[in-house]
Design a binder for this molecule. Structure first.
Ligand code: SF4
Ligand code: SF4
Length: 373
């Protein structure tokens, strides 16, 4: 059995083991949950540790998505979450990147225990490379909890301003976040400073101060990301004293209601990157790149890659992919592989998006699927 087939066999075993252990109610709850079918985002499979967030950051879009400011732990038990992910056709053990903390702060008092249990259980069962983004201070307890799961977890600590506390009124002081990030790094956690969202006119102006503090406490890397705005976010930023003229000029389309609109930020990212490099910090262009790096992998899954080229690609032969296709019962004409792509010619007329995703994730290379007419 090749490694690729081995991954799917492992998933089948995890599903069978958890299916035997869980009650029929638990299986039904997990099967009905969106984690059992949602397609991963570019940063990986986002895993919700809670519902709602009490930090009420002015730039946060979760309130436009209908989430409240009163957080509750996510309703699935940890083994139900692992089962839901095992049911998900897009998830591949050891390969799919797991991202905790996308629509809430994972380490709120109300959700902290659940977040750590999820990270531990999903890692134990499926070995998905773990990433967590947080605005909490990484206390010893939290760091121990994280490290009790995936020891190579990529932890992203968000800081976007030091001066305007109104933007993050209930989150811990950013200087404390940075200080604790340094201590967590010293304990061996792979911590990056998460400079997202870059708020034009605020974050880029304060970047040198933020990055100096981070470098001084021993943080080694940063991840950058742009602002996504809605009408409500613009109003809230203005209420916090932000001059939103520059933000409005950078919007990629007219703002309307709760629709999230990107701001053009490539020049700001370049500026922050230059400052970071002057402080000796490594700059990741995306959260997944930080995750790939902390897990000492090489990835060429998207046009931004290949990432972490120093490591080099895992060996892959066309026979590995052929065996995978045979295991899946997919008739093919030919398979070609190189360091960044897998090209498959199928004996059928339509491209199967699920197959494309599966080959991409299993090989960390871009899958090019061709069909026979
Ligand atoms: S901590 Fe994250 S989820 Fe919570 S309000 Fe702030 S940006 Fe939103
Ligand atoms: S190639 Fe880089 S940016 Fe693209 S998915 Fe992989 S790690 Fe992420």
């Amino acid at each position: 059995m090749t490694r690729l087939v081995g991954l799917l066999e492992r998933k089948r075993r995890v599903l069978a083991e958890l299916g035997d252990r869980l009650s029929s109610e638990s299986r039904a709850r997990a099967g009905a949950d969106h984690h059992s079918r949602r397609r991963p985002r570019p940063c990986g499979m986002t895993i919700h540790t809670g519902v709602g967030c009490s930090y009420v950051c002015a730039y946060c879009y979760i309130y436009d998505m209908g989430f409240s400011a009163i957080p509750k732990p996510y309703p699935l038990e940890p083994d139900e979450m692992a089962y839901a992910l095992s049911l998900n056709p897009y998830v591949i053990p050891d390969r799919t990147l797991a991202a905790y903390g996308s629509v809430t702060e994972p380490f709120l008092p109300e959700t902290r225990a659940r977040a750590i249990e999820y990270m531990r259980e999903v890692w134990r069962r499926l070995k998905l490379p773990t990433q967590v983004s947080t605005k909490a201070t990484l206390t010893d307890d939290i760091v121990s909890g994280i490290l009790s799961g995936d020891p190579n977890t990529s932890a992203l600590v968000t800081v976007v301003t030091l001066s305007n506390r109104r933007l993050e009124p209930r989150a811990p002081d950013p200087k404390d976040r940075i200080r604790f990030a340094g201590e967590a790094s010293a304990r061996g956690l792979a911590v990056s400073l998460f400079i997202r969202p870059i708020i034009p006119g605020i974050t880029d102006v304060e970047a040198a101060d933020i990055l100096r503090l981070a470098a001084n406490v021993g943080v080694k890397s940063i991840v950058l990301g742009s602002l996504r705005a809605t009408e409500r976010i613009i109003r809230r930023l203005e209420a916090c004293g932000v001059n939103t003229m520059e933000i409005r000029e950078r919007l990629t389309e007219p703002i309307k209601g709760a629709k999230q609109v990107e701001t053009k930020s490539s020049d700001l990212k370049a500026k922050v990157s230059r400052i970071a490099e002057d402080f000796g910090l490594k700059v990741f262009r995306s959260a997944c790149e930080a995750n790939i790096y902390s897990h000492r992998r090489y990835c060429a899954m998207c046009h931004l890659g290949p990432c972490n080229i120093e490591i080099g690609p895992e060996p892959l032969e066309s026979g590995d992919v052929e065996e995978l296709l045979e295991y899946l019962g997919v008739p093919y004409v030919s398979v070609e592989v190189n360091d960044s792509t897998v090209r498959v010619r199928l004996k059928k007329p339509r491209v199967d998006e699920h197959l494309k995703n599966l080959i991409t994730t299993a090989t960390y290379r871009r899958a090019i699927i061709e069909t026979q007419r």
